[in-house]
Design a binder for this molecule. Sequence first.
Ligand SMILES: [Zn+2]
Length: 242
Amino acid sequence: MPSEERSDLPARILIIAAHPDDVDFGSAGTVASWTDAGASVSYCIVTSGEAGGSDRSVSRAEMITIRQAEQTAAAKQVGVHDLHFLGYPDGRVEPTLALRRDLARVIRQLRPERVVCPSPERNYARLGVSHPDHRAVGSAALDAVYPDSRNPFAFPELLAEEGLEPWTVRQVWISGGLTPNHYVDVTVTFARKVAALRSHASQISDPDELERRLRGWLGSTATAAGLPEGSLAEAFQVLETG
Ligand SMILES: [Zn+2]
């Protein structure tokens, strides 16, 4: 529940998300604590978020550029400088074999000990958390962790044509799931999470209201975790993958 002991912190962590800003809503406070402690964290964002926002005067091609730049700026706020955008169409992501292969490729390239991904399950209490793209990316990411990236006979072209050796991700942290079993106290990194979210200016009409809502959500999570009054927390379901 408290911050991880440094000895338990993996050297390399990969966050897989569907859209720019997902990681900042779900886990940026936790990411900041990991980079502060010396971990190398990378983001793999499956779409570029061109279906986001309500300004119809901005072309969707422009929106891709805007949102990639916003996510890159947000990442810097929490110590992340390595971003991979896969360019899938926002709003139309499915957990296809092609997406599994693309995620397995990134995993084999980066060789993370830990992957963070969205939940593949629908949350009836909070529909926004289980956007169809989130569910699709969560499903494909878990399949990429097991079995695709570790099995040399899964997508054999990754090894034969690209020289990418199999890699076993030991641990997965699911964000936004129905059954969290691990809480990270982000009280001290909350300001940087807010700064990261404010970087997504094309999506946020009232940043101060957003900060108030975030305090409410993360405060409730901290209460569920049994943390002291006034604490803020992010929640995950941690899986050991063998
Ligand atoms: Zn999203």
